[in-house]
Write a protein that binds this ligand. Structure first.
Ligand code: FAD
Length: 254
């Protein structure tokens, strides 16, 4: 009997990086053919120009770079991730060509479980321990049963992988390379990292989030928010001035 692996984490490794804040500035400066050299600019001068671009939503200089991530996440997360069509490239493992590995997602205890409110304005709150245990039990049983049926269809009945996979649930892991640029990444982060608006806080000093406030707050699913936050950490390190300006101007994609 094949052992089934359960995970509650996601992989988001950066495997390729091209460009930096200086390249954003070079892309900006070509439009005026000014004598300014990026190498001669002060840190304040660089930050000021990048803030000018972000504030004016001059977006194209943020496209002259590239980041490739290798990710592992459940299929229900990719259903959402793949909706971001513009300025990205995707290659994903195939359920037609390979037997899908027996790796399934179970929500960790800190993942909110209960939905309250109405469509479009749902809030998610913690469940009690019993609710969590029941949910995990059901998901595990279902994952194990379905994977064994998958194997029986492949090995016992002999049907094709693309047919056998129809018994598998959406919490099975998949993997992909995802390539974006700073601009398409900011579009993704603005929708997939949950950051509140300032108005939600009586005293904004109560709120500590390294990724700031959103002018247009989104309410992404918990799991894609976790993936997007890990990716935002990489972005903040690779493009510190661009990231700081994105956060300062309310996480609006230029
Ligand atoms: C909280 C949340 C809830 C969601 N709920 C649902 C849901 O219930 N059902 C559902 O189907 N989807 C849902 N989505 C997915 C959503 O509708 C988008 O598909 C997804 O967020 C990708 O956004 P995008 O189209 O802006 O991204 P991209 O495809 O990367 O596009 C980037 C930008 O390019 C421009 N653009 C792209 N394509 C076109 C086009 N064809 N015409 C004109 N301009 C274009 C737009 O300016 C767009 O913002 C939800 C997303 C979020 C964040």
């Amino acid at each position: 009997v094949t052992p089934i692996e359960f995970r509650s984490d996601f992989t988001t490794d950066i495997v390729q990086l091209m460009g930096d804040d200086d390249m954003v500035l070079r892309a900006m400066l070509i439009s005026t053919l000014t004598d300014d050299k990026v190498e001669n600019m002060t840190a304040e001068g660089k930050a000021g120009r990048i803030r000018f671009l972000m504030h004016g939503r001059h977006g194209t200089p943020f496209e002259q770079n590239l980041m490739t991530f290798r990710s592992e996440a459940p299929i229900f997360v990719y259903r959402e991730w793949h909706r971001h069509r513009i300025g990205v490239s995707i290659n994903e493992q195939s359920g037609r060509y390979v037997e899908l590995p027996p790796m399934f997602y179970i929500p960790p205890p800190e993942r909110p479980l209960l939905q309250v409110g109405k469509p479009g304005a749902y809030e998610y709150i913690a469940g009690d321990e019993q609710t969590y245990r029941t949910m995990v039990g059901f998901i595990k049983d279902n994952s194990i049963d379905s994977y064994h049926r998958y194997e029986s269809l492949l090995q016992g009945v002999g049907v094709a992988k693309e047919v056998a996979r129809m018994v598998l649930p959406v919490n099975i892991y998949s993997s992909m390379y995802w390539t974006c640029n700073a601009r398409s990444l900011m579009a993704f982060l603005s929708l997939r990292v949950r950051c509140p608006s300032k108005q939600e806080f009586v005293d904004v000093s109560d709120y500590k989030d390294e990724f700031g406030f959103s002018i247009f707050p989104s309410k992404p699913m918990w799991e894609i928010d976790a993936c997007a936050r890990a990716i935002e950490q990489v972005f903040a390190q690779a493009f510190p001035l661009t990231h700081a300006a994105f956060v300062d101007f309310g996480r609006v994609c230029p």
